[in-house]
Ligand binder design. Sequence first.
Ligand SMILES: [Zn+2]
Length: 318
Amino acid sequence: MVSQNLNSEAMHYGLDIGGTKIELAIFDSQLKRVESWRRPTPQKDYQALLSAIAQMVNEADEKSDTKGTVGIGFPGYLDSLGRSVSANIGSVNGQFIVRDTCAKLGRAVSFENDVKAFALSEVRGGAAQSKNNALGVVIGTGVAGGLCVQGQLYKSKQNVSCEFGHVSLPAVLQQRYQFPLRQCGCGLIGCVEAYLAGPGLLWMCSHFDTKYTSVPMLVEAFRNNEAKAIEVMDVYIDCLGCYFAQLTLMYDPDIIVLGGGVSNIAEIYARLPNVMQKYFFNGVIAPSVVAAKYGDSSGVRGAAILGRDNANSAVVQN
Ligand SMILES: [Zn+2]
């Protein structure tokens, strides 16, 4: 509820544009979440999407009685020319979405991949607070990540750093578990995402000839000590540990923060360090792997932080 006069306080809006819903959350200057709401994402019509964003931001201005900063997370990236690319929201493909949104809203707007926004949120007051280098990994319907170095998101030439859901699953795992090379939604074959994302875990249930038809059903059976569920989860945690060990050899983070649906399977955290250790050469120590502090809220929170940072740096430059 917004009851106080917020005129004197800077407010920060984080938006998370998903394939089905847009969420806007208003944060105060201390990054306390004040209010949030959602509306359906216009998926096919770009102008309708811009209008939906503008309408939500205008509502936020009215509710908070100020003109807040705006940061937006979305499931995609901006290519080297600044055009948006997203597999989930077809209408944004090839559009100069930052320019168009800034013009529509009459203020600076920051755009970032939603998982990178998640990683930033967790390093700024979240589970990776005070860590120099933190790797955020979200495993839900897909697998993606974001790297924060000294509290800032690592930026790269084509904005595809940490798209490590689309590297190949290690051959050692393919061979050990007799996995077929699966087609990935990205067009490549054998991607990590095709095995380790939620749908991949469900696929493992059929690969190992179980009766489980959903991930919650598998997890419940695992907690009830059903042998088949334990077998699948043992394989899954082995694959996850191997993958996180590889990410550690690439990024050497102080901590790995896990988000997405898989992060809610509490049993994996205690086992991962030992599993990861099997995949290191001598002398390498597994970083801790922890659950996100802000969970599903980290996307909008990280987006709001980006919007705030961007506004602050603009003031400095001026
Ligand atoms: Zn892929």
